[in-house]
Write a protein that binds this ligand. Structure first.
Ligand SMILES: C[S@@+](CC[C@H](N)C(=O)[O-])C[C@H]1O[C@@H](n2cnc3c(N)ncnc32)[C@H](O)[C@@H]1O
Length: 392
């Protein structure tokens, strides 16, 4: 924690937190006193009407819990738009599917820039689990000219009909529930959640064969031997989820943006407590068992697992690089020029925003971009400056 005072909860937040707590406590009791962390995280984030993403918390922006690259600056959406334009040009036409569109800012920025580039998608589809964020997206996109906003459609499930174009997601993979494990000298444990006097507590049980095998695979892939005991996490549903949301893409490119690492660097000996992190009112909170339903829970993305998921779903790995190199290669310079020309008074602020997006100590290196392609050789400019695929 950062030494500041604990943010106070509003009466609504307190009530909501109590409801989510009661719901998860009932699930723990019904399961005999123990839940896997993956199930706990699933309920805390996605329990219908209660979970962080299914309930009404504000989540993004100044009054919310965290900030993302599209919220930092229009430069992000502008660069992603330039990358999409390259794909849409090669395909001659196509649509975009954005997964987890947050406040709708990225969608708006993309459509505005694609319009000036003369490469508007036929449709801009949004797939988001959060009813509350879908409403916010609709409100934000209402500010766009009709010719742009009429292209936007919200889906309740991944598209059932094939399409050509681009699928993209910024900071969605990190919210997928993860399995926690502890590798000790003589055994592997599944770290889940139990109840003590109605409070949630970490509780380890011997791992089943699947968790033990997954843990052994990760240990073999690590760049150096682990010092035991070693705790971390992995995302068992990553491949199935990523495969299902991209299945309808017949020809085109999938763009993933998130914080994470190649597997050998993720599971370094010194990262012996994993990467689980929560966000609450712009503070980093390390205890994932606090404030269920009120705080975001995330884990870094194992980009080697994501690359494997792409291949298993019939895609070719088209690129992997840092956010800095992606944005620079996709056209950050042109985007800075274009936005400064639209509003010269913003030029200095744009410089600050660009620094936040690309400096190594900010978002530049922690965040990565990965591209999958199918049916085209996209030759993507965002991945041309620095190819990190060898690190996966
Ligand atoms: C951290 S926010 C990022 C929002 C936005 N992409 C941005 O960069 O500002 C995560 C978004 O993904 C959505 N989301 C989370 N899990 C999802 C899932 N399994 N399927 C679809 N959307 C999901 C959330 O509702 C939210 O809109």
């Amino acid at each position: 924690m950062d030494g500041q005072r604990e943010p106070a909860l509003s009466p609504d937040e307190t009530l909501h937190g109590e409801r989510v707590h009661a719901h998860i406590a009932a699930a723990i009791r019904a399961a005999g006193g123990w839940l896997s962390f993956e199930r706990y995280m699933d309920l805390a984030l996605y329990a219908p009407g209660l979970g962080y993403y299914s309930g009404g918390a504000q989540k993004l922006g100044v009054g919310g819990d965290f900030t993302t690259a599209p919220e930092v600056s229009r430069l992000f959406g502008g660069c992603v738009a330039r990358q999409c334009a390259q794909v849409l040009e090669r395909l001659e036409a196509g649509s975009i599917l954005e997964i987890g569109a947050g406040s709708g800012r990225l969608a708006a920025d993309l459509l505005l820039r694609l319009a000036t580039l003369g490469r508007l998608p036929e449709r801009y589809m949004i797939l988001d689990v959060s009813a509350d964020l879908r409403a916010r997206q609709a409100l934000h996109l209402r500010t766009l000219p009709v010719s742009l906003r009429e292209r936007v459609v919200w889906l309740d499930a991944p598209p059932s009909e094939c399409f050509d174009g681009v699928v993209l997601a910024n900071e969605v993979l990190d919210a997928l529930p993860v399995q926690r494990f502890r590798r000790a000298a003589d055994a592997t444990f599944d770290i889940g959640v139990g109840l003590e006097d109605e409070a949630f507590v970490w509780s380890a049980v011997p791992a089943d064969a699947a968790v033990a095998a997954a843990c052994a695979r990760l240990e073999r892939a690590a760049a150096a031997p682990w010092h035991l005991p070693y705790e971390s996490e992995y995302c068992p549903r990553l491949a199935a989820w990523a495969g299902s949301v991209t299945a309808a893409l017949r020809r085109g490119v999938v763009l993933w943006f998130d914080y994470g690492l190649p597997r050998s660097q993720y599971y370094l000996p010194e990262r012996s407590d994993g990467t689980l992190i929560c966000h609450f009112k712009h503070r980093v909170e390390l205890d994932a068992l606090r404030r269920p339903g009120l705080q975001d829970i995330t884990a870094w993305v194992d980009f080697t697992a994501l690359a494997e998921a792409g291949r298993a779903s019939g895609f070719e790995l088209a690129g992997f690089t840092t956010q800095t190199y992606f944005l620079t290669g996709a056209g950050l310079e042109q985007e800075l020029g274009a936005l400064a020309a639209e509003d010269p008074a913003r030029a200095a602020r744009l410089g600050n925003e660009a620094r936040q997006l690309v400096l190594p100590g900010e978002m530049g290196e922690r965040f990565k971009a990965m591209a999958w392609q199918r049916g085209i050789d996209a030759n993507l400019s965002g991945f041309a400056l620095r190819d990190l695929r060898h690190s996966l």
